[in-house]
Design a binder for this molecule. Structure first.
Ligand code: DN4
Ligand code: BGC
Ligand code: ZN
Length: 361
C-alpha cells in the first residue's frame, strides 16, 4: 500500500493530526476512495480523550480515525462490486463469540470485536484503503447522492428501534388500536443522531419532541416542521406539564443529570434508550426515589450500541423514503463541508451543525 494522507489520533489519549501514513497490513479485495466522511460525537469524544474504550490497532502508536463514510470503488477483485460503485463500509468487525458468529457483532458478548476508526482497527479518513467485499454495503439508490453518508449514523437508529421493538413486547405498549398514535417520544439532543431518531419515531406514529438547552437554528427548525416534530428549548421550558408523560425516551447527550431529570417524567411501562456516550459528563446523584420510580412503573432502561449489516440496508431504505417524500430535505442535514487537512472541526463544533463532512476529491 502506498503512503496516503490520513487523519490520525492516539487512542484513547486523543489529539488529531493530518499526516502521511503507510498501512502495510491493509487487506481486502476492493480498493476504495472516500467521497465524504462524516464527523460524529464519537470522533470528537475520541479526540478530546473522553472515550476510554477506544484503542489503537495492534503494533501502531496511532489510529486512523473515521467510521462514517461514503466511498467509491476504484478497483475491485470481487464479483460483487465494480469500479464506480458507491459503497458504505461497515464499522464493527466480529470476534468469535456466539453473537459475532451469527453476524451480530453489534451484540458482541465478550468485547473482542473491533471497530474501524474506534477500537483497534484503522478507520476511513484516509485517501484510499482496501476492504473485503463482505464489509461493504452498496448504495443502490443513486438519487441519495451525498445523503448516503448518513447511512452509518442511521444504522445505529435502526438497531436501537429493534431493541425498542423487542422490549415493548414485555407488555401492551401500543394504544387500543395497536398503533403508537397518541404516545410521546422524546429525544434529548439535536445532533444528526437525534434527528434520525426523531424521524424514525415520527415514522412509527409517535408524537415526537426534541430537546436541547438552547434554541435551534433555521435548518433544524425546517427539519422539525417538515417531519412534524416539536422542538423544546429546555432553558425556557425546564419541565413538561404535570400530565405530559414520556413513553419512549432516547438520549443522545450522554449527560446523566439530564437523563435522570426526564426519566422522572416517564410513563408506566415506558422505555428509555441510552445512546449518547460522554465519559467526561458531570456526575449526578441518583436517589432511592429515582430507583423506586423506575421499578414501580416497569420502566426499562436499555443501552444500544452499533448495528449489524441488516441495519445498514434498512437504514438506506429509510433515507431513500424520507429523501423522496420530502424532496431532498435530508441534504440540508449536511450543514458544512471541510477539506482534507482541516483539523479544527474535530475540536470546534460549527454553529448550527447537524452533520459536518470532509469532502475528499
Ligand atoms: P452530537 O452531534 O454531539 O450530539 C449530541 C447532542 O446532544 C447535541 O445536539 C448536543 O447539543 C446535545 N446535548 C448535549 N448535552 C445536552 C443536554 N444536557 N441537554 C440536551 N441536549 C444536550 O453527536 P451525534 O449526534 O453524532 O451522536 C450522539 C451521541 O451518541 C454521541 O455521544 C455519540 O458518541 C453517541 N453515539 C453512540 C453510538 C452507539 O452507541 C453511535 C453513534 C453515536 P450541543 O452541545 O451541540 O448544543 O452506537
Ligand atoms: C458508531 C458505532 C460504534 C460506537 C461506539 C459510534 O459512533 O457509529 O458503530 O459502535 O460509536 O461507541
Ligand atoms: Zn459515529
Amino acid at each position: 500500500m502506498p503512503e496516503v494522507n490520513a487523519y490520525v489520533t492516539n487512542a484513547p489519549k486523543g489529539g488529531i493530526n493530518f499526516k502521511k501514513v503507510q498501512i502495510n497490513d491493509d487487506e481486502g479485495n476492493v480498493t476504495l476512495r472516500p467521497v465524504l466522511t462524516g464527523i460524529c460525537g464519537t470522533d470528537r469524544g475520541m479526540v478530546r480523550g473522553a472515550l476510554s474504550f477506544a484503542y489503537n490497532p495492534e503494533g501502531y502508536a496511532y489510529e486512523v480515525i473515521g467510521h462514517e463514510s461514503l466511498c467509491e470503488v476504484i478497483d475491485s477483485e470481487s464479483e460483487l462490486f465494480s469500479k464506480g460503485d458507491r459503497v458504505v463500509p461497515i464499522v464493527r468487525r466480529p470476534g468469535d463469540c456466539p453473537n459475532c458468529r451469527i453476524g451480530r457483532p453489534d451484540n458482541c458478548s465478550d468485547g473482542k470485536k473491533h471497530e474501524a476508526g474506534i477500537t483497534g482497527l484503522h478507520g476511513f479518513m484516509r485517501e484510499s484503503f482496501k476492504e473485503f467485499d463482505y464489509n461493504l454495503v452498496k448504495v443502490l439508490d443513486n438519487s441519495l447522492g451525498n445523503v448516503a453518508v448518513l447511512t452509518e449514523p442511521m444504522k445505529n437508529v435502526v438497531k436501537a428501534f429493534e431493541v425498542f421493538d423487542r422490549i415493548r413486547t414485555r407488555f401492551v405498549f401500543e394504544n387500543e388500536r395497536s398503533t403508537f398514535l397518541g404516545k410521546h417520544a422524546v429525544v434529548i439532543g439535536t445532533g444528526s443522531e437525534a434527528f434520525l431518531y426523531a424521524f424514525t419515531a415520527v415514522d412509527y406514529g409517535f408524537a415526537t419532541h426534541m430537546i436541547n438547552r438552547h434554541p435551534i437554528g433555521p435548518t433544524e427548525t425546517k427539519l422539525c416542521d417538515t417531519f412534524g416534530i416539536e422542538f423544546i428549548d429546555s432553558s425556557k421550558n425546564p419541565s413538561f406539564p404535570e400530565n405530559f408523560k414520556i413513553d419512549l425516551l432516547v438520549d443522545t447527550s450522554g449527560d446523566p443529570g439530564t437523563i435522570f431529570k426526564y426519566i422522572r417524567q416517564m410513563n408506566h411501562n415506558a422505555i428509555a434508550i441510552l445512546f449518547g456516550t460522554n465519559g467526561k459528563a458531570p456526575s449526578t446523584e441518583v436517589s432511592g426515589e429515582d430507583i423506586d420510580f423506575i421499578i414501580e412503573r416497569n420502566i426499562t432502561l436499555a443501552g444500544s450500541v452499533d448495528a449489524a449489516m441488516i441495519h445498514y440496508l434498512k437504514g438506506l431504505d429509510y433515507l431513500s423514503k424520507w429523501n423522496r417524500r420530502y424532496d431532498g430535505i435530508l441534504n440540508t442535514m449536511i450543514t458544512k463541508e471541510f477539506k482534507p487537512g482541516d483539523v479544527d472541526l474535530f475540536s470546534k463544533k460549527p454553529v448550527g451543525e447537524i452533520k459536518s463532512v470532509i469532502k475528499w476529491n
